[in-house]
Every structure is written in structure tokens, then in C-alpha cells.
Design a protein around this ligand. Sequence first.
Ligand code: PMV
Length: 347
Amino acid sequence: MKSTKKITVHSPANIAFMKYWGQKDAAHILPYTDSFSMNLSECYTITTVQLESGQPQSTPQRQFYLKKYDEKDFEQQEGPVADKVSTYVDKICHHLKTSLPQSYTIYSTNSFPIGTGIASSASFFSSLAMAVSRALGATLSTRELSILARLSGSGSACRSLPDGFVWWHKGKSTTKSCAESIGSEKFWDLADIVLIFNDQHKRTGSQEGHKKAESSPFFTARVASTTANLPLIKKAFLDKDFAQFGQLIEADALSMHAVMMTQTPPLFYWSPATIRTIHWMTQLRETGQLESYFTIDAGENIHMILKATDVPAAIALLQKDTIISQPSQLIVNYPAKGAHTISRHLF
Ligand code: PMV
């Protein structure tokens, strides 16, 4: 009997406050430290997966269509992008001990530029983990799904499954390295304004970068400082101590980028706009105009972390101030739920 199942998942990108950089076990994507993030309400991926199983068809087909945020139509992907998806579907089947589907069709689209330091691989692979496993008939817990998403190669994808504010426990083995929510999306009214200066795909992705992290002379120091700061940020989060929280976020972003810049070969993601914005935000804070803290992922774009009530003031400053280079796009995010199924399919 031939059977067809179609599942659609909405999955958020996440911004890490304490970041994951470097892999203790690259084969199993085990990090050196825990990390901690917030799901983003306006930066998300929607993926529809249709699997066909049962009686063999004459020509089994694996089709993957992608529509980037600024494109009108879906385009069928071939080559490395389609291969990566195909390899991951096989990995999910292997992990769930199910046979490979005869054929699949996958459509995916996202609400923001990909490959620019806004965790597009996290939202995409987490959506795929949930949609493919559900289409295969598996009902995994959020913890199990986070493990499956981590195995995609984009480790941070595991943090897009649980709701709101999410902790990735580094774990000592592949079944222990998983993510859990430590506060729902309603726990703290924070916001992340993403300032996009460049929406072009970065040259070196994080998955390549992780593999060279240990070559930085500062890597050991970063692991030590992150390990020491993790309990402090958890406390600041639970106490809603924004000043302490913000200071730890900035320190962590700077320490990760210090490692990136000094690994071999170096990864230099910042642009003049990044540095100008750091100065601008620091000055606004010091002069009592706006309390916001920066964090930066693997890209030049800045994430401005602030209290949700300060968003209108921040937007007004961003519109009037000439101190910073004008971002081409602003995306205002609030804490969001983790990956979940929706009934509106993409095809
Ligand atoms: O999970 P990956 O391989 O996409 O790496 C994510 C790395 C950072 O975004 C730079 C940090 C993080 O913890 O999200």
C-alpha cells in the first residue's frame, strides 16, 4: 500500500546570549560548553514535507524547493544544498530506525535573509527534524527532537525546538546533549532588533568555522570564561537583572569573536558598520538614552537586545541618528515559541 503524509512546521531562528563555538566531538556535534538562547518571533522558517512510502514507484524522487525571503517563487535546489537535505533525511530515518521514504517533496521558505548571522540553518534544520520525523509517524518529545536537530550539523538547531528561552546542555554523549526551555516566551518581555547591514550570504559558514576554533590561542580561555559565566547569566535571567544580563551577553559575544578572529584561518565577520553600532549603543547607554546590549553571531549584523518597552524609543533613535550606518533592514523580534506544526501547507 502506498501512503503519503504531509506535515508543515513553523520553526524560529534563535539568538544565543551565551554562544556555542567549537566542537569537542565533531562527529556527534558535542559542544565544549552549554549555551543559552531566545527564539525569535519574526525570523522563522516554514517547511512542508511530503513523504511517500510503501510500494516502490518507477522513479523515486527527492525534490527540495526553496524560496528565499526576498524571492517570489520557489526554486528547485540541486547540488550541495539538495544533497545536504537528502543526507539529513537519511540520517533521521537511520536515527529513528525506519526505512527510507520512496520519495519526498520538501518546500521551505523563511522570513529573513539566510547566511547572515541570524541562525537560518537553526530554523531550517529544526523545522526539518520535526516535519520529517512526524511524517515518518514518530512522536518524539521536545528533548528527543532537539537531539535529532543537533545531529543535522547545525548544533544550534537544537535550541529552536523548546519554547522561549532555551538552554542547550552540552552533555557528555550524543543522547545527553539536548536543549530545554528554562523560561517560556512569556517569562521576560525582551526584544531583539536585528540591524541588517548586509544581507549577502557570508563566505564562511559556522559549521566550517567551529572546526578551527581550537586553533585560537584564546580558545581555552573562552571555554573557561563561558563555563564561569553560564551560572551567572542563568541567575541574571531568573532574577530579570537586565544590566547584569546585558553585560554578560556582550562579554560572551566579544570573547567568541576574539576566538573567531584569532583562529587559523581567521574568521573576521565584522564590518565598519558593526563597530560603529557597538560604539553608538554603548554611548546611548552611558548617556542614559537607551539601555540596550549588543550581540553578534557569525555575520556582521548586530542584534540589539533590549526591554520590549524600549522598542519604540530604539526605533526612533535608529531613524534619527546618523552615528550609525543606516541598516538596510530592521527586524523587531520578541521571544517566541519553539518549532510547532501548522495546518497551512506550502504546496
Ligand atoms: O549551530 P551552528 O553550526 O549554526 O553554529 C552556531 C554558531 C553561532 O551562531 C555563532 C553561535 C550560537 O550559539 O548560536
